[in-house]
Design a protein. Structure first.
Length: 201
């Protein structure tokens, strides 16, 4: 008798747990379907794992992932020295920054061009050409200058066919510098953190 009462109590408890969640799912589904609102506050994503959150990796073509992010601190030979269940979106923390940055750096490094772009207008040698009689000069021609070895400034004319790739390359170089600076900052923090840990031991 007590055994079946216990069963009923367990089931009642399960209902008490699931009913509000089910009500919430119905409410947020109504919001989405009829109200067009896909961003309900405190949205329930999984009935059986209500702690589940949406994980956005910051890449438009990547589908949303569901679950929770866990940061795992790993020391040599795969021994885990610590872990932390992270709150909310990965993008809000810098926990995943190195992974994102490294792939970005790889992409940028594949196209980067070093130098400063300038556009120039020229006069030609053709007798009677408008460029020599006050008319518009020829151009713009794209030039790229950069500081070469021994600090000597050098440069080259960028042909039309290479203009787009060169402009993208120069932008990629700038972005690459930013990424490397961010990574270097993380490396610095890690080294200082390690030194503090070693001192406190
Ligand atoms: Zn001319």
């Amino acid at each position: 008798m007590t055994g079946s009462l216990l069963k009923v109590e367990v089931q009642a408890n399960q209902l008490r747990h699931f009913l509000p969640l089910v009500e919430k799912v119905i409410a947020q589904t109504k919001e989405r379907v009829w109200g067009g609102n896909r961003h309900v506050v405190g949205k329930v994503l999984s009935l059986f794992e209500p702690h589940t959150q949406v994980i956005r990796k910051g890449k438009a073509h990547k589908p949303n992932e569901f679950g929770r992010l866990v940061r795992v601190d790993e020391v040599e030979h795969g021994i885990v020295s610590g872990y932390e269940v992270l709150e909310g979106n990965a993008a809000d923390t810098n926990s995943w920054l190195p992974a994102i940055e490294l792939s970005e750096i790889e992409r940028l490094a594949g196209v980067a061009i070093f130098g400063t772009l300038s556009e120039t207008y020229r006069t030609c040698g053709r007798r009677g050409c408008h460029c020599q009689t006050g008319g518009p000069k020829h151009g713009p021609h794209l030039n790229l200058s950069y500081r070469g070895e021994k600090g000597k400034t050098t440069g080259y004319y960028v042909p039309k066919g290479a203009e787009e790739a060169t402009r993208e390359g120069v932008a990629a170089w700038q972005k690459l510098q930013e990424c490397l600076r961010e990574l270097a900052e993380l490396n610095k923090e890690r080294n200082l953190e390690r030194a503090r840990e070693a001192e406190s031991r």
